[in-house]
Design a protein around this ligand. Structure first.
Ligand code: GLU
Length: 448
């Protein structure tokens, strides 16, 4: 990243829960913004809530950001918990300057009495620029002398944020729309400590279908980034989907690489209204991105997910196309394995005589007779003819003559041992002449 630029943005999550998809979008928009404008994105852990902050959440956030491809430095994150002395210094200075004061004992929650530190509020109108919403003016008089700390050792959240942003040299604050409400008091604190005012952008929320804020209660595990990682979504698809949630580059094209998103990104074009989260659309994106993968990338993922006894590279290569057709996320491969849709490609399947008989009125005798005929036809073909289209032309006349169900059902079961599988021509092509004939022979042995 260039040093010429003065743009410094930040992503300051609180590690008090699993990485939320809405926060991921905020992080991405910060990332697009700095990449587009040649700035820097800083990472800060707002971990002052000691009871709720957990290292495992911080790890989940960092690995989620890395998974999304946000290539910034996470090695020495700025942790609020390590900066108590800094907040104290600013608080003492404000008190010394007469800009803040320690109140008399006040009745606090639960009837407790304690002193607090309040900012002397000049009580004026504050206007700030929001890159998404334009100028916003708020009369701060009604805030009164608001609390900025419980004591010099316990700043409240707004105070810490303002000090941190100042210390870190933050010039652009891009955050969720809930921040709008906090901005006027944060500006008053900035002015009191002599910090320059950053430029703001408050991003619209991601919404449930009923337009309420996307919540775990309604959307369940779909709100966490981890869900998508574990299900085997492609991060590029998630990034593309989230980028277009509330923003678009003014083209009708929906699939766009992160490089192109960055080059076209314009934060002033982000919509003000919330955007409804649509899991089906995200799945659609994932499928689009899967369809663009090279056979090598697909085979690698399949290999990783197949059990030990299904590691034949040649077979995996043959299967990859039919697998990709049937899945939307990588973990669908695990499901296919678990459902028994994979094993039979690698070893002779088990089936009963009963399974081989066409359910709608076939008999064992017919199954046997037809499998013999199919066998003869296949034996007459060359290895090179074991191609789904050619096999279909070779066998369909027989199937039409003897009844499709009575020919194709026993054949498919002989090859797969399954009630559901790809059609028999595809299976024959995958197995080739020798293996196909062997499987049919095994079925015939059972039909005697
Ligand atoms: N820690 C806050 C959050 O996770 C960040 C607020 C801000 O960006 O100022 O929502």
């Amino acid at each position: 990243m260039s040093n010429k630029s003065h743009i410094v943005a930040r992503f300051p999550p609180s590690p008090t829960g699993p990485f939320h998809i809405g926060n991921a979008r905020t992080a991405l928009f910060n990332y697009f913004f700095v990449k587009k404008n040649g700035g820097k994105l800083l990472f800060r852990l707002e971990d002052t809530d000691r009871e709720r902050s957990k290292q495992e959440y911080a790890d989940d956030i960092v690995s989620g950001l890395q998974w999304l491809g946000i290539d910034i430095d996470f090695s020495h994150p700025y942790r609020q918990s390590a900066h108590s002395a800094t907040y104290k210094k600013y608080l003492e200075q404000l008190i010394a300057d007469g800009k803040a004061y320690v109140s008399k004992e006040e009745v606090k929650e639960a009837g407790q009495r304690a002193k607090v530190i309040r900012l002397k509020n000049p009580g004026k109108k504050v206007t700030f620029t929001d890159m998404i919403r334009g100028d916003i003016t708020v009369d701060t008089a009604e805030l009164g002398d608001f609390v900025i700390a419980k004591s010099v050792d316990e700043p409240i959240y707004h105070f810490a944020v303002v000090v941190d942003d100042f210390e870190m040299g933050v010039t652009h604050v891009i955050r969720g729309e809930d921040g709008i409400y906090n901005t006027p008091r944060q500006i008053l604190i900035q002015e009191a400590i002599g910090a320059p005012r950053p430029v703001y952008a408050h991003m619209p929320f991601i919404l449930n279908a009923d337009r309420s804020k996307l919540s775990k209660r309604q959307a369940g595990e779909l709100v966490s980034v981890k869900y998508y990682r574990e299900k085997g979504y492609l991060p590029e698809a998630v990034v593309n989907y989230l980028a277009f949630l509330g923003w678009n580059p003014g083209t009708t094209r929906e699939v766009m690489s992160v490089e192109e998103i960055i080059s076209r990104f314009d934060i002033t074009k982000v919509q003000k209204a919330g955007a409804i989260f649509n899991p089906e659309k995200l799945l659609w994106y994932n499928k689009e991105y899967m369809n663009r993968l090279s056979p090598m990338e697909i085979d690698k993922e399949i290999k990783k997910r197949f059990p030990k006894n299904c590691q034949n590279d040649l077979m995996i290569e043959k299967l990859s196309e039919i697998i990709v057709e049937r899945i939307s996320v990588w973990s669908d491969i695990d499901k296919m394995v678990a459902d028994g849709d994979i094993q039979y490609f690698f070893e002779q399947p088990k089936f009963s005589q009963e399974m081989l008989v066409w359910k709608k009125g076939g008999t064992a005798a017919e199954a046997r007779e037809n499998l013999v005929l199919v066998s003869e036809k296949l034996a007459a073909l060359a290895d090179a003819d074991f191609d789904a289209e050619r096999l279909k032309s070779a066998l369909m006349p027989l199937a039409e003559e003897k009844g499709r169900g009575n020919v194709l059902w026993p054949l498919r079961v002989a090859l797969s041992g399954r009630e559901k599988s790809p059609d028999p021509f595809v299976l024959l092509a995958i197995f080739g002449k020798k293996e196909s004939l062997a499987r049919i022979a095994a079925a015939l042995a059972l039909l005697k």
